[in-house]
Design a protein around this ligand. Sequence first.
Ligand code: NDP
Length: 312
Amino acid sequence: MTLVLFSAPDSVWDEYRDVLPRAIARAGVEARIIRDDALTDPTEVDYIVYAPSSRLKDFTPFTRLKAVLNLWAGVEAIAPNPTLKAPLARMVDYGLTEGMVEWCVGHTLRHHLGMDQDIRRNDAEWHPHVPPLARWRNITVLGLGALGEAVARALVDLNFRVTGWSRRQKDIGGICCLSGDDGLREALSSAEILILLLPLTDNTRDLMDRNRLALLPKGACVINPGRGPLIVDEDLIDALDSGQIAHATLDVFRTEPLPPEHPFWAHDGVTVTPHIASDTRPQSAADVVAENLRRGETGEPFLHLVDRSAGY
Ligand code: NDP
């Protein structure tokens, strides 16, 4: 029988203890799931279902491992691990995608419509402000992967003018697709609202430094549900203080939870959300894990494999 190690804290297991066995049974796989504390012989484990908060960091003893199935979309904590030789799959599912689309569209509309002006004001004064139509608003999405493309398409459906930037050149109807250094400069230069949906890799760390923030139109808004280190914190604060950036909505940070003394908390131009842009939903994620177990057992290619040389 296939042996699956569910390597995650109790709080994660509590969410999966019912749905995962049912999903595996539906997929027609005969598997036994064990937790870290029941592991006696790592050489017997076929698959590891892995939460990034797992304490497991050394995969060397797992000599029979067929794959590690990551429960999250981001793999920066595990992809560079030199002890992992087995294939690594990440989470792509409708729950993560729909959650991210809703969060990004919500925060984009907030900035596009200038909703803060009405929500924050209670001064009994009549201040009409009419936002431009979406068709006149330029939005740039950095990263056109599972999440970035879905967000960009949703914004196109709302009539926004959308530019996207990715490592490899893409061709997506309704989206101005760019790549490369020149493409990044062009993508930033028109971005009244900038959404970061890049993975954290050696090539994307510190991407949005003071020079690139300066390329944005004055008064642009930045929305970052990607990863904290995509932006240089001090440079963003300077850009907010100078008015170059009007507002930053940040869901992810270099240190999480964001320390109480971090200047983002007190800055009027920053909205902090606690890494909730999109969560892995066990109801949908369990089916993706089960499908990959089925594929592994029948010799079919795994879904959502990570390119470890690219880091995502
Ligand atoms: P994907 O791997 O599907 O997409 C990544 C995109 O980034 C691709 O378009 C890729 O280009 C592009 N990219 C990667 N490196 C570069 C580079 N050096 N230059 C230009 N483009 C680059 O990831 P997802 O869309 O699934 O997820 C994106 C990120 O979102 C995750 O890595 C994670 O950090 C974050 N996330 C945050 C969540 C939250 O709650 N805040 C929840 C889930 C994810 P190409 O298409 O050419 O490969």
